[in-house]
Write a protein that binds this ligand. Structure first.
Ligand code: CO8
Length: 264
């Protein structure tokens, strides 16, 4: 494993795309390694992931233009599928994934960030979908996720013009949740992941599933999805202990401060 690094800090896993000489551009080897890293995440002990890029300049500067430049139609479609499959895996990964966007997030870089649950970025981050300037459409989910995440109108403007935007504009349009000085970004991402990791794992996973699956159907179906997942939490040790803890705290606030939720 050289293009994708994986380390853990407590219940948080940190994935780093590590190809800084090409601004962490995604080629087939990187996508394969990323898949293998996801295979290796220990879901019994890890409760949230952070995804970032190596170096201080770039999160991910897109799919590898060199590799793409000679593809046939069939190969182009297959490469699109390869990226889409990995990104969809991130989107539906059982635990939350936070993108810590530490610089360029262009093309496939913005697209992988959008497949994460939460995006935060550094002040030097730059976002864009430059594909039409290269003679292609976004091919790793950009036409779909950007329109859903910001708005169809803003997504069309960014995609049709191929113009980049800076961190403050990305924040304004809701593409990222927060902007930090570069030196503070990873700590902020780990802190956020740590907060998530302290909550009941079955419930957090259930929330991710309910939000994701609910967004894909009409409201009548969506609330049934929620009801089933909500119901599924009951009788679990975490539900019983989480609620008992609240009731104990009401009697004596000093008694119990935090529940060590156990069930992954
Ligand atoms: N692919 C391959 N190599 C790249 C890429 C990339 N996307 N981005 C940067 N690099 C390489 C450069 O070639 C350069 O390599 P070398 O040192 O060997 O010449 C190195 O990284 C450093 O880059 P620069 O010298 O260009 O650095 P600058 O600071 O001058 O510029 C930029 C930084 C503005 C980020 C510039 O590198 C750039 O514009 N990169 C391309 C950004 C881009 O267009 N990304 C979108 C690619 S298309 C895409 O992602 C589509 C996804 C869906 C694909 C579906 C397929 C079917």
């Amino acid at each position: 494993m050289s293009f994708v690094l994986y380390e853990t800090e407590g219940a948080v896993g940190i994935i780093t795309i590590n190809r800084p000489e090409a601004l962490n551009a995604l080629n087939s080897a990187v996508l394969d390694e990323l898949n293998a890293v996801l295979d290796g995440v220990d879901l019994d002990s890890i409760r949230a992931l952070v995804l970032t890029g190596a170096g201080e300049k770039s999160f991910i500067a897109g799919a590898d233009i060199g590799e793409m430049s000679t593809l046939t139609k069939e190969e182009g479609e297959a490469f699109g599928k390869k990226g889409n499959d990995v990104f969809r895996r991130i989107e539906t990964f059982p635990i939350p994934v936070i993108a810590a966007i530490n610089g360029f997030a262009l093309g496939g870089g913005n697209e992988i960030a959008m497949s994460c649950d939460i995006r935060i970025c550094s002040e030097n981050a730059v976002f864009g979908q430059p594909e039409v300037g290269l003679g292609i459409t976004p091919g790793f989910g950009g036409t779909q996720r950007l329109a859903r995440l910001v708005s169809p109108g803003m997504a069309k403007q960014l995609i049709y013009t191929a113009l980049n935007i800076k961190a403050d504009e990305a924040y304004r349009i809701g593409l990222v949740n927060a902007v930090y000085p570069q030196a503070e970004l990873m700590d902020a991402a780990k802190k956020l992941a740590g907060k998530i990791a302290m909550n009941a794992p079955i419930a957090v996973r259930g929330c991710k599933k309910a939000i994701n699956e609910g967004l894909e159907v009409g409201m009548d179906e969506a609330i049934v999805i929620e009801e089933k997942i909500f119901g599924g939490c009951f009788e679990s040790e975490d539900q019983r202990e989480g609620m008992a803890n609240f009731l104990r705290k009401k009697d004596d606030p000093a008694k119990v401060k935090h529940v060590a939720f156990k069930n992954a």
